[in-house]
Design a protein around this ligand. Structure first.
Ligand SMILES: Cc1cc2nc3c(=O)[nH]c(=O)nc-3n(C[C@H](O)[C@H](O)[C@H](O)COP(=O)(O)OP(=O)(O)OC[C@H]3O[C@@H](n4cnc5c(N)ncnc54)[C@H](O)[C@@H]3O)c2cc1C
Length: 418
């Protein structure tokens, strides 16, 4: 069998590994738009700060992909012919496939305003971006960073560590959208303010002004000019859908600030025979629930499920398996299960408490959770979601990190959650 994978992030890498495990004879080729094989994007902040070397970014030991006989072709795919089962890469070369995985992640973000192509306007998604961010931070002064999610907050954190003054312009009404509600966003806001970041909610960059070939200021939709030396584009770009579009695969509806995602079923299959999709930019529709699937762990797990199914197996990505651990500025955030689903009960921590937790229940079972500032019990809650443990009557206690959940939930069954 001939397997092609578009994208060498966690989704593509884990799919390749799962295919090789199931099919020792397979020919597996992985394409990418950037020149490097699979690396840890979440470690880029540490790389900028020089706390790790580029060797520590590679996710696998040297020679790993060669040993697995996974071929890396560092060129993007441009189009798919679903009937002829071929793809074309950026040099016009054509490749045949029996199974194809789309795992292209999100597009590079753009400001979409005059002056956005200035040399001191930088994104934060690739190793090349990280090198540039380090150079800009070393020049000191003020940076304006746009966005309120993982990318923007990582960039703001790095810039502060390097002594840069930071103004964060967040297009949404709160930080950490859509994961955090007003109480969670407020906690994060306080943390950034304490660290000296100026946060402006509901404000966007509308122009980048340069003087003498260097960025000097930005204009915003509140009519204000902010003097700065560089601009960090920390908003997520829309899902990469051009390739899927060439095969006639349309995106689903928009969700929050993201563009429409490519919808797949629980087996990670698209509407076109033999074509699967996984990772950022996908939405899994399973058991009537629509799960937006951002994040490293989700992409890796989905890649694995897709790889198993591409090789003839039968695996399902269910909402209860969803797990996303990220850092928002320097606060750990964890999303578990169907964190964005409508439940029939919900509990949240007191807004004055340290840290933020929101737990969602349906039919007496925990179905999803959002944790900010403290990851204690995250694995226990994850197990409770996966096992469908009945917890009725204990909802409020489950918010606490100082109770023994094994002991608490034992009367409702012989569960061992640790
Ligand atoms: C600074 C930073 C910090 C982060 N921190 C966290 C964190 O703490 N926790 C967390 O869960 N997530 C974090 N993330 C997000 C995480 O990295 C992504 O969710 C994850 O990488 C998505 O994986 P993916 O496989 O879907 O896509 P990606 O990792 O984005 O990979 C996409 C791949 O597709 C390739 N590609 C694009 N277009 C084409 C094409 N046309 N043809 C072929 N290949 C193509 C790209 O070159 C790339 O190899 C962070 C991201 C950044 C940038």
């Amino acid at each position: 069998m001939n397997y092609l994978i578009a994208g060498f992030g966690p989704a593509g890498a884990h799919a390749a590994t799962a295919i090789r495990e199931a099919d020792p004879q397979a020919r597996i080729r992985v394409f990418s738009a950037d020149p490097h094989p699979f690396y840890f994007r979440a470690s880029l902040p540490w790389y900028v700060l020089d706390r790790i070397s580029s060797d520590d970014l590679w996710a696998v030991p040297k020679g790993h992909w060669e040993a697995l006989r996974v071929e890396h072709i560092p060129r993007p795919l441009i189009s798919i012919d679903p009937g002829g089962q071929t793809v074309t890469d950026s040099e016009g070369l054509e490749y045949r496939w029996d199974r194809l995985l789309l795992a292209c992640g999100l597009s590079p973000a753009r400001l979409g305003c005059p002056g956005e192509n200035a040399g001191q306007v930088v994104g934060f998604g690739t190793l090349e971006d990280a090198v540039r961010v380090r150079e800009l931070c070393q020049q000191g002064g003020r940076a304006v960073i746009t966005g309120g999610g993982v990318r923007a907050l990582s960039l703001a954190w790095v810039a502060r560590r390097m002594g840069v003054d930071v103004t964060l312009l967040v297009p949404e009404a709160g930080l950490g959208a859509p994961w955090l509600d007003a109480a969670g966003s407020h906690q994060l806001f306080r943390r950034l303010a304490d660290d000296g970041v100026e946060v402006r909610l509901g404000e966007r960059v509308t122009s980048v002004e340069s003087q003498g070939g260097r960025v000097a200021a930005v204009g915003t939709d509140r009519g204000k000019g902010i003097a700065c030396r560089w601009v960090g584009v920390g908003v997520d770009g829309p899902p990469q859908l051009a390739l899927a579009g060439s095969a006639g695969l349309a995106a689903g509806p928009r969700f929050g600030s993201s563009g429409g995602e490519l919808q797949v079923d629980g087996r990670l299959q698209t509407g076109a025979p033999g074509i699967f999709a996984a990772g950022d930019g996908c939405a899994v529709i399973h058991d009537g629930h629509r799960l937006t699937c951002g994040g490293w762990q989700a992409a890796a797990t989905q890649g694995r499920v897709a790889g198993i199914n591409m090789a003839g197996g039968d695996a399902v990505y269910e909402a209860c398996r969803h797990y996303h651990a990220a850092t928002l500025y320097d606060l750990p955030m964890t999303l578990i299960g169907a964190w964005d689903a409508e439940g029939d009960a919900e509990v949240t921590t007191n807004p004055r408490a340290e840290g933020f937790r929101r737990l969602v229940f349906r039919d007496g079972a925990l179905i999803g959770a959002v944790l900010l500032g403290d990851r204690r019990h995250a694995n226990v809650l994850r197990r409770a979601v996966e096992m469908g443990v009945k917890v009725r009557g204990h909802e409020l206690q489950m918010l606490r990190t100082d109770v023994d959940l094994n002991r608490l939930l034992r009367p409702s069954g012989e569960y061992h959650l640790y």
